[in-house]
Design a protein around this ligand. Structure first.
Ligand SMILES: [Zn+2]
Length: 301
């Protein structure tokens, strides 16, 4: 693949992101590895829907501009960190798709076992802690998850995806936004029925069967049996993630989980923190209680 065709591909991906509303005005950025120590990078302060191939900058892996009339993206440091941590990555895409970014703003990772396609490809989509855009804080926040994940949310900011080529990184951005939309609708309709732990493990085996490359295996959170209401945010000083943590209930069948209702109740009562504790007060209508009992009986059959 020539550098000319990669420039054209970046223009095309920028157009698609802008057309889908993943970026507005000048935000978002794209880069591609074009050699041992060379990157093609979108320039600072241009709308991603109206780029031309000649606008791209060539930099080295330290971020020094080698070629180009414009300066590279202000989020270049985040891209450089990804390439440093992941020699297998050939392209990085960053955008602010509205639904996924809504989850990032609400502090909610997309890590529930909901869709087989998402589990077999991305595994989980964690939430990297908030960092001031364009500063060295952002690569620090991304570092915790990038070794084990090809996609993540950036708290109060947007989303980041990586891939073995540009289009694979871009399609992961599409998958994240699509998954966020589905998750939002399911939550508006009363909450997701989660895929069981056993099924998650079966799906993980399919990665091998279909030759899906993933940077790390799926792991199930041992401290949260049957729990899905956790907020998992990377904190300073915590170890880097070595697997893709997914929230899935024990057992073999789908079941609706009690913490979802606690969660909904807390949100309705104005307490935004999703902490499912034993002390939580919960009020249910007769219909909600009946549905809960019915679900519990179904899951025991
Ligand atoms: Zn951004």
């Amino acid at each position: 693949m020539t550098i000319e065709s990669l420039r054209a591909d970046i223009v095309e991906v920028g157009r698609r992101m802008y057309a889908r509303g993943y970026t507005a005005s000048n935000d978002g950025n794209i880069s591609v590895r074009v050699g041992e120590d060379r990157l093609l990078m979108t320039p600072k302060s241009v709308c991603k829907g109206f780029m031309t191939p000649d606008m791209m900058c060539v930099t080295d892996l330290a971020g020094k501009k080698i070629q180009g009339d414009r300066d590279p993206s202000s989020e270049m440091l985040m891209h450089l960190e990804v390439y440093r941590q992941r020699p297998d990555v050939k392209a990085v895409v960053h955008a602010h798709p509205p639904t996924a970014t809504g989850f990032a703003v609400a502090g909610i990772p997309l890590d529930r076992a909901v869709l087989a396609e998402v589990l077999t490809t991305l595994g989980s989509i964690p939430l990297a802690e908030y960092a001031t855009p364009s500063t060295a804080e952002l690569p620090d926040a991304v570092r915790k998850y990038i070794k084990a994940h090809d996609g993540m949310l950036l708290a109060n900011h947007g989303a980041l995806t990586v891939g073995g080529d540009l289009f694979s990184a871009y399609y992961k951005m599409e998958t994240i936004e699509h998954f966020a939309k589905i998750s939002l609708v399911a939550r508006m309709l009363g909450g997701e029925n989660l895929i069981s732990r056993d099924e998650v493990m079966r799906l993980q085996e399919l990665r091998g069967t279909y030759g899906i490359k993933a940077p790390a295996p799926i792991c199930l959170d041992p401290e949260a049996p049957g729990q899905s209401a956790q907020v998992v945010v990377a904190g300073a000083g915590q170890d880097d993630a070595t697997c893709q943590t997914v929230q899935a209930p024990a057992g073999t069948g789908s079941m609706r989980l009690v913490p979802d209702l606690i969660d909904a109740h807390r949100r309705a009562s104005g307490d935004g923190r999703r902490v499912a504790g034993d002390e939580a007060e919960i009020r249910l209508t007769y219909r909600e209680l009946s549905a809960l009992i019915e679900d519990a009986i179904k899951s025991l059959r």
